[in-house]
Design a protein around this ligand. Structure first.
Ligand SMILES: NC(=O)c1ccc[n+]([C@@H]2O[C@H](COP(=O)([O-])OP(=O)(O)OC[C@H]3O[C@@H](n4cnc5c(N)ncnc54)[C@H](O)[C@@H]3O)[C@@H](O)[C@H]2O)c1
Length: 400
C-alpha cells in the first residue's frame, strides 16, 4: 500500500460552515491532512475557533497562504470571489462553499433586491464566474466546489445506478427548505447574492445539473446541460397578510423566501426545484429522479434511518435529534449521523483525493458555473413572471 500524502490546510471564516468543514477534515482517512490555521474577519471568533481546535490564527489571508496547500472558503458569498482568486493566484487548491459567487448590489446604501435589475445581476454574476474560471486556468491549483448534495450518499448511489444501467432521466423534482436561516447576513441580498432561490435552491439545482451531467457522460462522454429556466419567486413572510405564530423566521430585509425553478435541459427533459424558508418540521431536503428505467427518491433530510419516540421533551434536552426540528417531543426522524447523510465527510474526503492524487472532482468549477448561470437566469425569468430564459453554460456556450 502506498504511503499517505500530507497536505497542509487553512480555513477562511470561523462560523457555521467552518465548523462542519473542520469536523469533516478530521474524518479524512486517505490523506494526512494537517489543519494549520484559520483566518477570519471576526478576530475574536477566529481566535476562539483556533484555540478550541489547537490551530493557529492568522491575521491576514496572505500570511496563511504562505503556509498551506489548500484553503477552505467558509465566508458569506460576497467574499467568495476575491478569496478564491487570491488562493488560485498562489497556486493553491480552493475548496469554495456554495454558491460559487453572484451579484451583490451596486454598493448604494439603499440597494434593495426587489428593485434590482435582474439582467444586470445576471451579467455581473457571469462576469464574476468568468474571472474565477480565468484565475483557475492560470493556476497550478484548482477549484473544488463544495456542493455537499453532489456527495450525499443517496445522490452518489443514483450516480452508480445511472452509470451501470445507462438510464435516461426524464424528470427530476426536489426541494431544500426549512423555517429560516440562522445567519444574519442571509437576510441581505447584498451579502448573499439574492434570497432563497440562490441560498437554498442551489443545492437541489446543482444535484439535478450534476445527475444530467453523469447521464450524458455515460452515454457519449458529453454532459447534458440546462437549456432554459422558468422561475417564480415570492416573499411570503413579508406579506401584510402573513400571520406570525413565532415558528418561522420573518425578519428578512430584501430577499425572497419562496422559489420554484423549472429547468429544461438540452435533450428536452426537465427538472422542478423548490426552495423555501416557510416549511416547519426540520430540514426538508429531497430529490426524486424519474428515469426511463428506474425511479429513485433521495431523502437527504429527514430520512427514516432512525426514528425515535420521546414522551417528555426535557428527556432529550442534551440529545441532538435533527437540524431545525421545532420540538424533540413525540416521533422524530432522529439522525444517527447527520453530516454523513448530508455528504460533508464524503465531499471533503473526495476533494483530498483530488489534492493528493489528482482524482478529478465530481463537483468542479464548471458545475458551479452552470449553477450560477441557471440561478441568475431564473431571477431574470422571475422578474418577467416566469417567462423562459436561455441559460449560458460552461465551457461557455454561444447563447448570450
Ligand atoms: N453546504 C452547506 O450545507 C452550507 C451550510 C451553511 C452555510 N453554507 C455556506 O457557507 C458560507 C458561510 O456561511 P456560514 O453559515 O458559515 O456563515 P457564518 O456567518 O456562520 O460565518 C461566516 C464567517 O466568515 C467570516 N468572514 C466574513 N467575511 C470574511 C472575509 N472577507 N474574510 C475572512 N473571514 C470573513 C466571519 O467572520 C464568520 O466567521 C456561505 O457561502 C454559505 O452559503 C453552506
Amino acid at each position: 500500500m502506498k504511503g499517505k500524502k500530507t497536505v497542509r490546510t487553512g480555513i477562511v471564516g470561523s462560523g457555521f460552515s467552518a465548523t462542519f468543514h473542520f469536523e469533516a477534515l478530521r474524518r479524512v482517512y486517505q490523506t494526512d491532512v494537517e489543519v494549520v490555521g484559520v483566518h477570519s474577519a471576526d478576530t475574536d471568533q477566529g481566535k476562539q475557533y483556533a484555540q478550541t481546535r489547537g490551530i493557529r490564527f492568522f491575521d491576514t489571508l496572505e500570511a496563511m497562504l504562505d503556509e498551506v496547500d489548500v484553503i477552505h472558503v467558509c465566508v458569506p458569498p460576497k467574499w467568495h470571489e476575491p478569496i478564491t482568486i487570491a488562493g488560485l493566484a498562489r497556486d493553491k487548491f480552493v475548496v469554495c462553499e456554495k454558491p460559487l459567487t453572484g451579484y451583490f448590489g451596486d454598493d448604494s446604501d439603499d440597494f434593495h433586491w426587489e428593485r434590482a435589475d435582474k439582467k444586470v445581476a445576471l451579467q455581473s454574476a457571469l462576469a464574476s464566474v468568468d474571472r474565477i474560471l480565468e484565475a483557475e486556468r492560470n493556476s497550478q491549483g484548482s477549484l473544488l466546489y463544495a456542493e455537499n448534495w453532489v456527495y450525499a450518499p443517496s445522490i452518489q448511489k443514483e450516480r452508480e445506478i445511472l452509470e451501470k444501467t445507462g438510464g435516461q432521466i426524464l424528470w427530476i423534482h426536489g426541494e431544500e427548505a426549512h423555517s429560516g436561516s440562522h445567519s444574519v447576513d442571509y437576510a441581505y441580498a447584498a451579502r448573499c447574492g439574492g434570497g432563497v432561490l440562490i441560498g437554498k435552491g442551489c443545492h437541489p439545482l446543482t444535484a439535478a445539473l450534476y445527475l444530467k451531467r453523469v447521464e450524458g457522460r455515460v452515454r457519449n462522454g458529453r454532459p447534458i446541460h440546462p437549456k432554459t429556466v422558468s422561475a417564480r419567486t415570492h416573499t411570503v413572510t413579508r406579506l401584510p397578510e402573513f400571520r406570525d405564530e413565532g415558528h418561522i423566521r420573518k425578519d428578512y430585509y430584501d430577499i425572497e423566501d419562496f422559489s420554484i425553478m423549472h429547468v429544461e435541459f438540452e435533450d428536452g427533459t426537465i427538472a422542478d426545484l423548490f426552495a423555501s424558508d416557510i416549511v416547519l418540521g426540520g430540514i426538508h431536503n429531497w430529490l426524486e429522479i424519474c428515469a426511463n428505467n428506474h425511479r429513485a427518491v433521495c431523502n437527504i433530510n429527514p430520512n427514516t434511518a432512525m426514528q425515535t419516540y420521546n414522551p417528555v421533551e426535557k428527556n432529550f434536552d442534551d440529545i441532538y435529534v435533527v437540524e431545525k426540528i421545532g420540538t424533540k417531543q413525540g416521533w422524530a426522524c432522529t439522525s444517527p449521523d447527520e453530516d454523513w447523510f448530508t455528504g460533508y465527510p464524503q465531499e471533503i474526503e473526495a476533494f483530498y483525493r483530488t489534492v493528493a492524487d489528482q482524482e478529478p472532482p465530481e463537483s468542479d468549477s464548471l458545475l458551479a458555473a452552470d449553477s450560477i448561470s441557471t440561478i441568475y437566469s431564473a431571477y431574470v425569468s422571475a422578474e418577467g413572471r416566469g417567462t423562459a430564459v436561455d441559460v449560458v453554460t460552461y465551457p461557455k456556450s454561444d447563447i448570450q
